[in-house]
Ligand binder design. Sequence first.
Ligand code: PLP
Length: 399
Amino acid sequence: MTPANLSPTTDLEASWDALTAEELRRRGSLKWTLEPGVIGAWVAEMDLGTAPAVTAVLEQAVRDCAFGYTSPTLTQTLCESTARYQREVHGWQVEVEQVSALPDVLSALRAVIARHTPAGSAVIVPTPAYMPFLTIPGELDRELVQVPALRTSEGAAAGWALDLDGIEAAMAAGAGLLVLCHPWNPVGRVLTHEELDAVAVLSTRYGVSVFSDEIHGPLVLDPALSHTPYACRPGTDPDLTFTATAASKGWNIPGLKCAQLIASGAARRSWESSALSRNLSHEGAGVGAMATVAAYDEGREWIEAVRRYVHATAGEVERVLTTAGVGFTRPQGTYLSWLDLSGTPAADGPARFLRERARVSVNDGAAFGRGFESFVRLNLAAPRPLALETASRIARALA
Ligand SMILES: Cc1ncc(COP(=O)(O)O)c(C=O)c1O
């Protein structure tokens, strides 16, 4: 099935290339089963399995029937592994005491909005944004301030960049929190040091907290770039910084319910002072913690292979889509891409158009913020032949 010009360089890549749509449907993921008969390229799950070290620890857990409540020892091991991973891979000097276990990243966002920002204050979300960022503030009776990204064509921020003036205006107007997504789902940007530093200056100037969602941090695709946690930039105020991360995107284990919050200074004290926030530590799954430790400690080579594979896939998909006139920016990080389908005659949204005409399931841009109705999000973490088939179907549908 592998096209002649794409030679698999490793057994792992060959095994990914060989996966078929039928096999992926049989495995029963959300991505492949919600809409029968179409190629699933929407929700942020990968088709590429997980690291052998993660599989091994889960197999052992099954043999041991290790399905009980999470022990303090396991939680401590998880926090140590998280701190070690951040230190060794991202150069961030995290102390174990600064890490809390969580069931998932969104529970931390909910807690930070509800209990660690001034009552009634607005929440700033740069758009396009991961959809729950746009709905959670309203669920908690907070105003949402959308700040659309600036379209850029040059430099390290090529594609989409934070509108720092827009963010500053919202902070000056009294917002209580900025939600950063770094790397940025859905536009695939890895924020530059300059952007992170500018956010830190604004956060300090206006006393506004930053929730940095770094769940896609392990998934920087561009080999010329690396992930720099927002909190480790020198200008960041620890008192105003909450970082959330997880192995769930990188190692493809979101169903195992395990994430981590990293905070120090007043942000940590505030977190610990709220029983509801503190108690999130007990809500994650033990098997998720075991899998996460295996991923962080022993899954680094595997994720390196994932990054190379998805980066190369993105390059091939880019060639097909740009030839067809689709606006495609190759993601620097995440395995998600943001397609500009302006001009497509799609009264009910481009996702429906592609579902009907291309038999491909993607996410509609409208869900990611105001003004993005002509975009779709396409998931590239697929077997490369299937990703190319997806791109070709989209190209044919638009022809
Ligand atoms: C940026 C981002 N944050 C959070 C999540 C969800 O994470 P969790 O399941 O840990 O809440 C996702 C899932 O796609 C995501 O892309």
